[in-house]
Structures are given as C-alpha cells and as structure tokens.
Design a protein around this ligand. Structure first.
Ligand code: GRG
Length: 376
C-alpha cells in the first residue's frame, strides 16, 4: 500500500491510483471529519493554496488528502492502464513545463505557466499519445501536438473563467488566472497560449512528413474556431439567454454545444495522434468515431458531475449549471437517462476499437472507461 499526502486546493496530477480509498481530512481542523471515497480511478492534488471563493462565499481551508492507493486493482487491465497513464503523465508534465519557459516579459509567461501547469487531468494529451501509439507511432512524434492541445484547452478555460464569461474564481483547485494576474493579463496569456500552440506544433514536430503536420495544424485550427470550440461557446451563451426568456433549449442544440465546446478538441486529440502515428485513413476514421462518442460522453458526465459532485471534488465551482439555469443532459432528460446515454456512448466508442489488437487498444479502452467513471 502506498500513501500520498496531497492538498485539495491545488493542481491535480491525476490518475494517481486505482481502486483507491481516499481519506480526506482538514489539516486546519484537527482532521475530525474524514470521508472515504472509492473509485476505480481517481485524481489527486499535489500542492496547496488557500484563498477565498466569491462563488461559494467561503474561505477555502488548506486541506490534506491522504490517498491510500491499494496495491489491488479490479483487473489486470486496470493495473496496466493506471501504470500507462502514470508514466505518460510524468512525461506530459515535463514536456508542458519545457514548452513555456519563463522568459521576458516574465509576468506574461508566469501567467501562462500558472494555468498550464496547474494540473488538470491531461486527458487530451493522453488521448493523443494513446492514439499515436496504438497505430504504431512513438510518443515523441505526438508530444508537441499533445502539449499544444493542452495549451489550447488551458486558454479556453482561462477565457471561460473571465467575469464576462462564466465568472469563476476557482479552476483546477486554485484561484483562476484573472484572480491572480488580473483580467488584462488573463486575456493576453490565453491569446499567447493559443498562438504558441500552433507555433509549437509546426516548429517542434519532428520525424513526420510535412503534409501530415500541415493536416494536423489545419484540423486543430478548425476544431478551435467558429466551427469548433468558439462556435460551441457562442451557441452556449445564446442558449443561456434564450433559457432566461423561458425558451427551452432543445436536445439537438445541447448536443451541438457539447460536440463543439468539448467534443471537438477531444476528437482532434485522438485524430491528430492517429495521423502523426502513421495510421491509415481507415484508422483515422474509426478513431474519429471513437473520439466523437467519448467526447460527447465526457460532457454528459460533466453535466452529471456538476449536479452530483462537490466543488472540492471538482476543483471548480459545482452546481453552476443549475444556478444559472443552463440546459444540461440531467436537466433535459434526468440523471438516470443521462447516465444511460453516457454508458451507451462509451460502449459504442469501445466497439470502434474491437478490430484492433486489444493489448494495443487497452489505453484507449481504459481512457473511455475512465471518462465514464471519472469523479472530477
Ligand atoms: C478557444 C479561441 C478560443 C476561445 C475560448 C471560452 C471559450 C472560447 C470556450 C469555452 C470552452 C470550455 C470551457 C469548454 C468546457 C470544456 C470542459 C468540459 C472542460 C473541463 O475539461 P477537463 O475536465 O478539465 O478535462 P481539466 O482541468 O482536468 O483539464
């Protein structure tokens, strides 16, 4: 049995353990309240902070999680997957840190690094690497793209948290970028991460034909812009306005929002990995379908967690969707039906992988299961 001591209001290095029992205790309150959480895969935090949250109106105490990772997994597949993700996670954290050095102007780069290195589950880089390796490519060829996708994801979170968007105080268990660096810097740090992402793919991807790199850059551009993330965010904002006027959002519109705001980047992660790893057009198409399903499932689970998990578990404000009257899968279809849909999507995603050597496909199968069972 291994024991990690971690803090809740901090970065999540994620995928630390499986079949874990987490005992959480407040270090400042003589650890009288303890809670045990069991899950098949859990995230954990590695550093601490203490700050106030306007959204919750509470001062967040420094808390300490004791994660006791039982050396017992449910299946061999889970052991292999947890080991795989732990290894990849270390490489991803190092590569991300190297990708944005603290150069002049220092405060801008500090702000970029603050959010980029604040943890997070690193699902997009993991998906890109797993897809690349499944089709026979090496981690090195996809790592710059994996980092770039995390830069883009991070910038979208920085901008999403701004007062004129979702107005959030906490992200990844720490105060949001604008709370620490101010709104102007947060906007510019996001802009700089976005532009750096494209430069990084173009400049740092080695050992792959230029046309493949170009294809990846074009795909990434499309998934971020008006037909991707930004488009999804705009429809989301407009839908919120309509809901406030008493006009309900349709399931079709909700699907559009999810597929664009969240699914597009996850899909691009998998497809980029397959392209750079040397996959065939059939592989790319098959993996694209897998990614579409897990992308949608990811957001359905996100909707479920927003109304079932605590802010502490999520590292961001829980219950926000309900508070602002946002349409979600649970609000339109109920919790049970939402869970059924998430299960169906994951099943369908895994079916796409059935034609592959199951050992090679194991990380992508494990990631699909993780997305279904995640707790944050
Ligand atoms: C991309 C140019 C550009 C602008 C941004 C603000 C905005 C436009 C889009 C919002 C995108 C957004 C916040 C989507 C939600 C996606 C989502 C479910 C995020 C949470 O992902 P996790 O759980 O987070 O993987 P971690 O912190 O673990 O990485």
């Amino acid at each position: 049995m291994s024991v990690f001591t971690v803090a809740s209001t901090s970065s999540m290095t994620f995928f630390s353990s499986f079949s874990s029992r987490i005992s959480m205790s407040s270090s400042s309150a003589s650890s009288s309240s303890k809670r045990n959480v069991s899950s098949s895969l859990v995230g954990f935090s590695s550093s601490s902070s203490s700050s106030s949250s306007r959204a919750t109106g509470k001062r967040r105490e420094k808390r300490t999680f004791r994660i006791e990772a039982m050396a017992v997994a449910d299946t061999n597949a889970e052991i292999d997957f947890a080991k795989y993700v732990k290894e990849k996670n270390a490489a991803i954290e190092q590569a991300l840190s190297d990708s944005v050095p603290t150069i002049y102007p220092e405060r801008l780069h500090e702000s970029m690094r603050y959010s980029l290195l604040a943890g997070g589950k690193r699902i997009r880089p993991c998906l890109a690497i797993a897809a690349c390796e499944m089709v026979g490519g090496a981690q090195e060829v996809v790592m710059p793209t994996a980092c770039a996708l995390e830069m883009i994801h991070t910038m979208s979170l920085i901008h999403d948290d701004l007062p004129m968007m979702d107005n959030d105080d906490f992200r990844r268990g720490v105060p949001t970028n604008h709370k620490v660096y101010g709104e102007e810097m947060a906007i510019l740090a996001g802009d700089a991460l976005l532009s750096h992402a494209f430069e990084y793919i173009a400049r740092e991807t080695k050992g792959v034909p230029a046309e493949k790199i170009l294809r990846v850059i074009a795909d990434v551009g499309k998934c971020v812009g008006s037909e991707g993330l930004v488009g999804g965010q705009v429809v989301d904002i407009e839908s919120e306005g309509l809901a406030m006027e008493g006009k309900p959002v349709s399931l079709e519109t909700l699907k559009y929002i999810h597929a664009h705001k969240t699914g597009a980047l996850l899909e691009t992660a998998v497809v980029s990995g397959a392209i750079l790893g040397g996959g065939t057009e059939e592989d790319i198409e098959r993996l694209g379908k897998y990614a579409y399903d897990i992308g949608l499932a990811f957001q359905v689970v996100d909707d479920i967690l927003d109304c079932t998990a605590t802010s502490e578990e999520l590292g961001k404000t829980a219950g926000k969707d309900v508070a602002v009257g946002k349409a979600t899968y649970p609000s339109l279809l109920g919790l049970e039906e939402s869970q059924r849909i998430a299960d169906e999507l994951i099943k369908s995603a895994k079916e796409q992988l059935s034609v592959y050597d199951q050992k090679k496909a194991a990380p992508l199968i494990g990631l699909a299961d993780y997305i279904k069972n995640r707790k944050n």
